[in-house]
Design a protein around this ligand. Structure first.
Ligand SMILES: NC(=O)c1ccc[n+]([C@@H]2O[C@H](COP(=O)([O-])OP(=O)(O)OC[C@H]3O[C@@H](n4cnc5c(N)ncnc54)[C@H](O)[C@@H]3O)[C@@H](O)[C@H]2O)c1
Length: 253
């Protein structure tokens, strides 16, 4: 993508303190967007902002809990004071896992994962779209959600997580249908297995088994997901809407 293709755009990235969210901030910033790095762990969001190269004057970090609508309202209130218009790129990368076999899974761990991954994505979409519509700046905006290949096929030990990510795909398609009349596109990236703190905890033996199912023969890098997110965020993908793009290295799960 040409350098500067996102000049003048403001991008809100949740889960920006780590992994795919942090790599997305770097890619969007490289293309000229101002970055709002939002994360539950404020100090990690700050580190993301500090790691950005180039003119960083327009970038800020903010602490937010995406499962909490009042925290989101507070964040949008703060953003109003910092920027002349609402973000027109929204990337929902905040996510958690709480893995266990279905028969052993605690109800609270099912709720936690649905609340962050699915409800959190819904709450951010709702607040961001409303802010854009209120400011009359919605045309050309792009929302990018992060689903997962295990939401497509299911995965042992991830009843909560796979269900949350299948939900993100359906939410994406519905949001696109409802928001297109305001000029807002909504798509999802569907990553396979990506090297990040989220997958660091996976035992080596399991990683080797998974890797054998990936045509490219390795886990992906956060940057490889960030590139697709950046494309979906830009007007170069102006005719892509309501879709979920698999970025898995050819995963045969
Ligand atoms: N790593 C993978 O293999 C993989 C594969 C498919 C999809 N994904 C998805 O990609 C996204 C990013 O994953 P990652 O690998 O970068 O994980 P990560 O653990 O490195 O980063 C997730 C970030 O989300 C933040 N977060 C968690 N709960 C939050 C909350 N309630 N409010 C705000 N921020 C919160 C965390 O603090 C962390 O900084 C997630 O949605 C994940 O489910 C990851």
């Amino acid at each position: 993508m040409a350098i500067g293709s996102l000049a003048g755009r403001i991008a809100l990235v949740t889960g920006a303190g780590s992994g795919i969210g942090r790599a997305t901030c770097a890619a969007l910033s490289r293309e000229g967007a101002s970055i709002i790095a939002a994360d539950k762990v404020g100090k990690n969001a700050k580190l993301t902002i500090q790691s950005l190269k180039g003119d960083v004057a327009q970038n800020i970090s903010v602490e937010v809990d995406v499962k909490d609508s009042s925290s989101i309202q507070r964040m949008f209130g703060e953003l109003k004071k910092c920027f002349p218009k609402p973000p027109s790129i929204i990337v929902n990368s905040a996510g958690i896992t709480r893995d266990a076999f279905l028969l052993k899974m605690e109800e609270s761990h099912f709720d936690d994962v649905i609340n962050v991954n699915l409800k959190g994505t819904f709450l951010i979409i709702q607040a961001a779209a409303q802010a854009l519509i209120d400011a009359n700046t919605s045309h050309g905006a792009s929302i990018v959600n992060i689903a997962s290949i295990v939401g497509v096929h299911g995965n042992i030990g991830q009843a909560n997580y796979s269900a949350s990510k299948a939900g993100v795909e359906a939410l994406t398609k519905t949001a696109a249908k409802e928001l297109s009349k305001f000029g807002i596109r909504c798509n999802a990236v569907v990553p396979g297995f990506i090297e990040s703190p989220m997958t660091d905890a996976v035992p080596v033996k399991v990683k080797e088994m998974v890797q054998a199912q990936i045509m490219v023969g390795r886990f992906g890098k956060p940057e490889e997901i960030a590139e697709v997110i950046t494309f979906l965020a830009s007007s170069r993908s102006s005719y892509i809407n309501g879709t979920c793009i698999e970025v898995t290295g050819g995963c045969r799960l």
